[in-house]
Write a protein that binds this ligand. Structure first.
Ligand SMILES: *[C@@H]1O[C@H](CO)[C@@H](O)[C@H](O)[C@H]1NC(C)=O
Ligand SMILES: *[C@@H]1O[C@H](CO)[C@@H](O)[C@H](O)[C@H]1NC(C)=O
Ligand SMILES: *[C@@H]1O[C@H](CO)[C@@H](O)[C@H](O)[C@H]1NC(C)=O
Ligand SMILES: *[C@@H]1O[C@H](CO)[C@@H](O)[C@H](O)[C@H]1NC(C)=O
Ligand SMILES: *[C@@H]1O[C@H](CO)[C@@H](O)[C@H](O)[C@H]1NC(C)=O
Length: 950
């Protein structure tokens, strides 16, 4: 919803800009007003004022002011002939200035000016305040200051401009006003635009407006108005034709608003006003209405009161209605019922009907063909079912047809488009529709946007597409097409710039002549394409060929240097990454994982500082930690796992401060973890498992802010990471299992924070400081040589769900705080030198029931849930540093000795096997099982002995 609102705002701004530009162009086309007049010269002091005005102008991009000259020929000095200046024929006074852009306020101009247009100007003068002297331009009838970045309060002196008919103060910088009563001094005002000015404290805005009976147009969008349910004893606004109050948060029932009696209204814009409840019946009497926009009107989803709207309002008499926009308005009910209440006058003027993103049910009525004027029909994102009636094809003016994401079924045939002479944009995606159109069909219109994603179109490639060279946007993904790409493909679709045919069963090779296509975005992932990657289209920006059977080398970059997003993962590509890849200087996403690439990546690869996502995993790439990465200061995601990279991790890794996810597992990196890796305050996921990294764990862990519950600021919103199919290759070591996570998105969405340093050669102690990482979800330090104790305050790592410290040389007791970790669902402490009583806790008991081997291999542990009772060993001799618990003593000597001896012996037997690296992973599981078995036998025997001696 917010995104939609934002998009609307952007659109609005674009429109404004467009209008401003248009205006400017028009002005520039206009010859100097009065240029044809025989009678010369403007009034000298007015010319001086204009020149002084020009002097204050610091930029004049349109060159409007170049004709304003003090010197020059006689006629050039005539300010009435200057561009943008108009003088009165009668008095010779300057009475109008039209300067679209590029001026600032100078000293006051003569009070003669009637028309002042400074819109779109990017200068606001030295103070940035709206100058009060404007109030002295007493003859102004027209004042347009829109888009000038002023801030602060609206000066009440504007009320002196008592002759104003047109006042546009919309979309300036950050303006506000606490009191609009000055407006009542301008009773003649007809057009008033105040969009974007903060009026949050003006409670009586409607009362003030009601004192302006001449008003024809009132625009108050984005004004932070608090409510519109003021009660007015009598309505004065009998001339009001246009009211825009959109993008204000009224938060009251829609029927209580004050403006429903204004029957003169022709344009009513109320989108995004958070008004709830039924639409007012009074709408049915507003017979002048041409445009009614009630879109984006719903209350917060948390409130149930009155958010459901059954569309009962009777609009049958609104014979002038051209546009009805009810997008995203929480409307329930039957679509045919709704259509029955729409005007069906003759001639039918309804051109645009937007009902998208509601909860409409039922079937489209066959008499939809009566709305002959329809140009835009949007019913997407509803729950419509049944067939699409053929009558829709009778709407000969229909240009946009959006039925995306409903539950429509049945078959779409050529008959559906029989008289659709205007259809250009069609989106039927995500319905259970079958598209049966013969391959020689030529539509009666020129199709431009064609979207049939997830409709059944195959198994043959829809041949009719080749007669539609006008198509520029084509989405036929997941459409059950199991065919070769047709011969004429590149010719026929030569104008397409967006094409998505992913998730089909396309086979055969890619067309060899794709280099002649206009494509900018091409998605062909998850098909069965074979052969080599041909020359790419020159303008291509996004190319996704992942999950196919493509072979041969990577395409060499020759012309297609605009690539932003390149996904080629899960194919059978071989060879080196060519030097020519360095020409892709715009790359943001590069995913080459799951191929057979080898050699060192070219050093020049990192010329692009735009790169955010780099995945090279699961190839046979080699060389040192690639030095080009140093330049990728914006990289969020880096995956080099499952390759043959070696060498040490560089110190500069700490300067990749945008990093969110780093995977270097299953390589041959050695040396210590660079201390400044903790500079990566946005780091969320660090996986270095299965390398030969030695030394101790880094300190200053508290710098890893993302892994703490300190509020995170400044970590970019990984838009690139969240979108796109290039994320499928990621798998995560999670809860002790290798799971395919599907996407980085899931990791990011679940704010999955993880440190995995398992299967390395780390030594030293676990720093006590690690407990500050209270947002860390997964910690795996298993299979290292860590010594010392488990941090006493480990219970502070409250987000931990998975903790694996197994197969180290940790000693001491298990901290009692461990039982505070209420989210813990995987715990593994086996094969350490832990001693003493196991802390009690329901959570730990539950975990033990699920993972009964989690304490195994710690001979010194005792108490529930293990069989050996700590207190019953009270009298046994204390042994070494092991086994002392709060309760008493450790484990009997013979038990330890025998156990250790036996186990050590077993380890020696398996040792050679275990540390032969190639075999290590494969054999590990087997040896683990044997080890467990041996341990259980020993322990049982020891217990038996103990019982006997007792
Ligand atoms: C002023 O004179 C010009 C040229 O003669 C003419 O086109 C224009 O209509 C006149 N304007 C007024 C308001 O009389
Ligand atoms: C109006 O804007 C000024 C300057 O931006 C600001 O100081 C002031 O607090 C604002 N007043 C209100 C009521 O928002
Ligand atoms: C209607 O407008 C007139 C003229 O501005 C004003 O005097 C009168 O108070 C207004 N009526 C109401 C009910 O506001
Ligand atoms: C609006 O119309 C309703 C019914 O037609 C009437 O009761 C109400 O008084 C009117 N309000 C104003 C402000 O005229
Ligand atoms: C269709 O559009 C054309 C051109 O805009 C218009 O002249 C015609 O009246 C429209 N047809 C209907 C039935 O509204």
């Amino acid at each position: 919803m917010h995104r939609l609102a934002a998009a609307m705002l952007v659109l609005l701004c674009c429109c404004c800009l467009f209008l401003a530009t248009q205006q400017q162009q028009q002005q520039q086309l206009q010859p100097a007003a009065g240029g044809n007049r025989a009678s010369p010269s403007c009034i000298p002091h007015e010319r001086d004022a204009l020149l002084a005005f020009k002097h204050g102008v610091t930029s004049d991009p349109g060159g409007v002011l170049t004709s304003w000259q003090r010197d020059g020929r006689h006629d050039e000095q005539d300010c009435c002939r200057w561009r943008g200046v108009r003088c009165s024929n009668r008095t010779g006074h300057v009475h109008e200035l039209r300067l679209g852009r590029g001026g600032t306020f100078g000293p006051d101009l003569a009070g003669q000016i009637k028309h002042l247009d400074l819109s779109g100007n990017d200068l606001a003068g030295p103070t940035g305040r709206l100058p009060e002297f404007l109030g002295s331009l007493k003859n102004l009838k027209y004042l347009d200051l829109s888009g000038i970045p002023f801030y602060g309060g609206l000066p009440p002196q504007l009320g002196n401009l008592s002759r104003l008919q047109y006042l546009d103060l919309s979309f300036m910088g950050a303006m506000n006003s606490t009191d609009l009563s000055w407006l009542t001094h301008i009773p003649s005002i007809q057009y008033f635009y105040l969009d974007g000015v903060n009026l949050s404290t003006v409670a009586d805005w409607s009362r003030v407006m009601n004192m302006l009976p001449s008003l024809r147009a009132l625009h108050l969008s984005f004004c932070s108005l608090a409510s519109a349910n003021q009660s007015l004893p009598h309505l004065n606004l009998t001339n009001l034709e246009e009211l825009d109050a959109s993008a204000n948060s009224f938060h009251h029932p829609m029927v209580t608003s004050w403006f429903w009696n204004i029957t003169s209204l022709r344009f009513l814009y109320l989108s995004d006003t958070s008004m709830y409840g039924q639409f007012p019946d009074a709408l049915g009497d507003m017979t002048s209405l041409q445009v009614l926009d009630l879109s984006f009107n719903y209350y917060d989803d948390d409130y149930d009161d009155g958010k459901d709207r059954i569309m009962t309002m009777d609009l049958k008499n609104l014979c002038n209605l051209e546009v009805l926009n009810l997008d995203l308005s929480h409307i329930y009910g039957d679509v045919a019922e709704l259509f029955r209440n729409l005007p069906r006058c003759s001639p039918n003027k309804l051109q645009e009907l937007d009902l998208g993103s509601n909860h409409l049910t039922g079937m489209l009525p066959r008499w939809i063909g009566q709305f002959t004027g329809l140009q835009i029909l949007d019913l997407s994102f509803n729950n419509l079912n049944g067939h699409v009636p053929y009558e829709i094809g009778k709407l000969s003016n229909l240009t946009y047809l959006y039925l995306k994401r409903n539950k429509l079924d049945g078959t779409i045939t050529e008959e559906h488009f029989a008289s659709a002479r205007s259809l250009q944009y069609i989106d039927l995606s995500y319905n259970a529709l079958k598209i049966e159109i013969s391959s020689d069909w030529q539509p009666p219109s020129t199709l431009v946007y064609v979207l049939f994603a997830s409709c059944q179109m195959g198994p043959l490639f829809p041949g009719w597409l080749q007669w539609n060279v006008s198509i520029i946007y084509l989405d036929i993904s997941s459409a059950g097409i199991a065919d070769r790409i047709p011969q004429r493909f590149s010719d026929a679709l030569s104008n397409v710039w967006f094409m998505n045919i992913s998730n089909n069963e396309l086979n055969g090779t890619l067309p060899a002549d794709m280099g002649s296509m206009s494509l900018q975005e091409l998605y062909l992932s998850s098909n069965k394409l074979t052969g080599q990657i041909p020359t790419l289209p020159p303008n291509i920006q996004t190319l996704d060929l992942s999950n196919n059977f493509l072979s041969g080398p990577l395409p060499s970059a020759t012309r297609s240097v605009n690539l932003v997003h390149l996904s080629l993962f899960s194919n059978r590509l071989i060879g080196h990454i060519p030097e020519s890849f360095c020409k892709y200087q715009q790359l943001v996403v590069l995913d080459l994982s799951n191929n057979f690439l080898e050699g060192e990546p070219p050093l020049c690869l990192g010329v692009t500082e735009y790169m955010e996502f780099l995945a090279l995993s699961n190839n046979s790439l080699s060389g040192k930690f690639p030095s080009f990465l140093q330049k990728l200061t914006n990289v969020h995601f880096l995956d080099l796992s499952w390759n043959k990279f070696s060498g040490t991790l560089p110190m500069w890794i700490g300067s990749l401060t945008s990093l969110r996810i780093i995977r270097l597992s299953h390589n041959k990196f050695f040396g210590s973890i660079p201390m400044n890796i903790t500079n990566l305050s946005c780091l969320q996921y660090m996986d270095l498992n299965n390398n030969k990294i030695s030394g101790s764990l880094p300190i200053y862990l508290s710098n890893l802010k993302f892994m703490t519950n300190v509020h995170m600021m400044g970590c970019s919103d990984d838009g690139t990471l969240r979108n796109g199919s290039h994320l499928n290759s990621l798998s995560a070591v999670w809860k002790g299992q290798e799971l395919n996570y599907g996407s980085v998105q899931r990791i990011l969405d679940t704010s999955m924070t993880s440190i995995d340093l398992s299967s390395n050669d780390l030594t030293g102690e676990i720093p006590e400081e690690i407990v500050v990482l209270d947002a860390l979800v997964n910690l795996n330090l298993s299979r290292n040589h860590l010594t010392g104790v488990i941090p006493k305050k480990i219970g502070e790592m409250r987000s931990l769900q998975s903790l694996d410290l197994s197969r180290n040389m940790l000693s001491g007791e298990i901290p009692a705080t461990l039982s505070n970790l209420t989210f813990l669902s995987y715990l593994e402490l086996s094969y350490n030198d832990l001693t003493g009583r196991i802390p009690s806790g329901v959570q730990l008991d539950t975990l033990y029931a699920e993972f009964p081997s989690m304490y195994i291999g710690n001979i010194g542990l005792c108490g529930h849930p293990l069989q050996n009772n700590c207190s019953s060993e009270r009298h046994a001799p204390k042994q070494g540093g092991l086994g002392r618990t709060e309760e008493g003593y450790g484990i009997p000597f013979f038990y330890l000795g025998l156990g250790c001896g036996f186990v050590v012996g077993t380890w020696i037997a398996f040792g050679v096997l275990l540390f032969k690296r190639n075999c290590r992973i494969a054999c590990f599981r087997l040896s683990d099982k044997l080890y467990d078995k041996v341990y259980v036998v020993v322990a049982t025997w020891a217990r038996a002995r103990q019982t006997q001696t007792d």
